[in-house]
Design a protein around this ligand. Structure first.
Ligand code: XIL
Length: 298
């Protein structure tokens, strides 16, 4: 193929990008997105603070801009994210206990119901594990409502949108380490007990190199009976960037249940990672060497 999305499709995968509703009026930005990608993630517009700014008052205009644009062009949509310790509205940050649990599950139900039928995969829960080297759950207001908050969220999401694949998504889980093993044990337990989970997202915010056991880690999750997706890929600029992007594509293609790759932005100047220049297009929208390496690896 001649674009990332077309080439990925020929391999039975999607190739997506995170976009921001506020940049969609930039014709260079939207032109690259429309030309190259066949899946989208809203960078911020479907998070809790954006979709329920006041308790019980839902706000979908910015999410809809992205979702409707993508669907009208036949693209897939990754829903991101129903529950997360970050980017919560102030009212939820100040809640705890059963009232927070009820509010969180209501949020899952309402947002997943609103978008029912439009979402390929939902990040139901984002970043719930700690970086403590022991594979523990992250402490958060949600975790303090009880260890079963994650499975409660997945069950509510399945009821609300039975057609969406339901994912757990995290960072620093890209290699075989204590944190990824904590997630692995949770997924194995969910599969054993019939808690609905279909996929695991690996954010893949990388420095200049890719973990040597990246493919093996994706494969061990796939072997649990879930799809795996690379959900927020960006790789710090350096002499190895093109090679590293190629290695990511090769790792996904080597795992039959790796169903797609999403980069976390379009141009380097759109990236959340300041001066890292971690994306596939430069600030003027020109294809970088990393783009060519990615396309050629697909
Ligand atoms: C980031 C966005 O890119 C920024 O615009 C925002 O200010 C903070 O969040 N992990 C995630 C994403 O799951 O939602 C985060 O996105 C990046 C880290």
């Amino acid at each position: 193929g001649t674009t990332l999305g077309q080439s990925a499709a020929e391999r039975g995968r999607y190739f997506g990008a995170a976009i921001a509703a506020g940049r969609m009026s930039d014709s260079t930005y939207l032109g690259i997105f429309n030309r190259e990608f066949n899946s989208v993630t809203a960078e911020n517009e479907m998070k809790w603070d954006a979709t329920e700014p006041n308790q019980g008052q839902f706000s979908y205009a910015n999410g809809d801009r992205i979702v409707n644009h993508a669907i009208s062009r036949g693209m897939k949509v990754r829903g991101h994210a129903l529950l997360w310790h970050a980017q919560q509205p102030g009212w939820a940050q100040n809640m705890s206990g059963q009232s927070l649990r009820n509010a969180a599950i209501n949020h899952v139900t309402r947002v997943a119901s609103y978008y029912r039928g439009k979402i390929h995969s939902w990040d139901v829960v984002n970043e719930a594990f700690a970086d403590d080297g022991r594979g523990s759950r992250r402490d958060s207001n949600l975790q303090r409502t009880g260890n079963d908050w994650i499975e409660a969220a997945f069950r509510a999401a399945r009821s609300a949108d039975p057609g969406a694949k339901l994912c757990y998504n995290d960072y620093n889980t890209d290699s075989i380490n204590a944190k990824s093993t904590g997630v692995y044990n949770m997924v194995r337990d969910f599969k054993a007990r019939g808690v609905p989970i279909d996929c695991v997202g690996f954010q893949s915010h990388f420095g200049t190199t890719i973990p040597s056991d990246y493919r093996a880690n994706l494969q061990r999750f796939a072997d649990l009976g879930v799809d795996v997706q690379i959900t927020e890929l960006d790789i710090e600029q350096g002499s190895n960037q093109a090679n590293a992007y190629r290695q990511v594509v090769e790792a996904c293609l080597a795992v039959s249940r790796c169903t797609g790759i999403t980069v976390w932005g379009i141009r380097d100047t759109d990236s959340w990672r300041g001066g890292a220049n971690p994306l596939l297009f430069d600030g003027s929208g020109n294809k970088k060497a990393a783009y060519t390496a990615t396309l050629n690896a697909l």
